[in-house]
Design a protein around this ligand. Structure first.
Ligand code: RP5
Length: 165
């Protein structure tokens, strides 16, 4: 089974990255998580991206805040699909990271999820791996079915609540 790389620009991104790690764990997907910065450890980040495909990774999820260049750096050094998660910060609420992550130049794509969209980043990685793995595809179908059931149950529950208004 292909692994998913979860890289983050700083250890301060870990609390958010845990949402992605938990989601990937729920699909029993092997994960490697690293702190690698496009700015503070650029050589290590590049080396990781360059070897990622040969190391058996199927996708890279990159968390970064502020002037967020980590996802772009991964995509510059690897042809694997890269999913960028803009991390919200106290100054600009994550708009800085959102634009830095999403506004990639033509030729070097990064699939950017919402600000702090850690779980969706993991689910997108799961969808990518599911294309070539029937076991993951089955679990993904189960996840989608359960989500639909929960939404339908919520609909029933609010009808009862609304009747009591
Ligand atoms: C980015 O700067 C990191 O991804 C983090 O979100 C942000 C702040 O980093 P620290 O100053 O907390 O290390 O590079």
């Amino acid at each position: 089974m292909k692994k998913v790389a979860v890289v983050m620009g700083s250890a301060s991104d870990l609390p958010l990255a845990k949402d992605a790690l938990k989601t990937l764990a729920s699909f029993e997907i092997p994960v490697v998580a690293r702190v690698l910065s496009a700015h503070r450890t650029p050589d290590e980040a590049a080396a990781f991206a360059k070897s990622a495909e040969a190391e058996g990774f199927g996708a890279i999820i990159a968390f970064a805040g502020k002037a967020a260049h980590l996802a772009g750096a991964m995509a510059a050094h690897s042809l694997l699909p890269v999913i960028g998660v803009p991390v919200s910060g106290k100054d600009l609420g994550g708009m800085d990271a959102l634009l830095s992550t999403a506004q990639m130049p033509k030729g070097v794509p990064v699939a950017t999820v919402a600000i702090d969209g850690a779980a969706n980043a993991a689910l997108l990685a799961v969808r990518i791996l599911a294309l070539s793995d029937e076991t993951i595809a089955g679990k993904l179908q189960d996840y989608a079915t359960k989500m639909t059931q929960q939404a339908a149950e919520a609909d029933v529950a609010i009808q009862k609540e609304i009747e009591q208004i």
